[in-house]
Design a protein around this ligand. Structure first.
Ligand SMILES: [Zn+2]
Length: 90
């Protein structure tokens, strides 16, 4: 899996985790930007994966041709303020 758009030290790395020890003091109940961004970053795929790109009949929804392709490369979409991972596409 190749990931485009990685940066060495995105801004959010400098935001410290402000989670406490009790459940209520922890993300996601308590809003902690560090943990939120960390979670988003961990949503990036680590390995190649297959996607369905079969051709369907528009009217009946029946599969006309079964196809799948392997995704080997994704590109990160980052927020401009914190350089956090907002999403990724392939
Ligand atoms: Zn935290």
């Amino acid at each position: 899996m190749k990931i485009n758009g990685t940066i060495e030290h995105p801004r959010w790395y400098d935001i410290h985790c402000c989670c406490g020890v009790t459940t209520e003091d922890k993300h996601p109940i308590k809003e902690c930007l560090h943990c939120k961004f960390e979670q988003a970053e961990s949503s990036l795929p680590k390995e190649d994966f297959k996607v369905d790109c079969s051709i369907y009949d528009e009217k009946t929804g029946e599969i006309l041709e079964k196809k799948s392709r392997t995704v080997t490369e994704v590109t990160i979409f980052r927020g401009s303020k914190f350089e956090d991972v907002i999403g990724w596409f392939y």
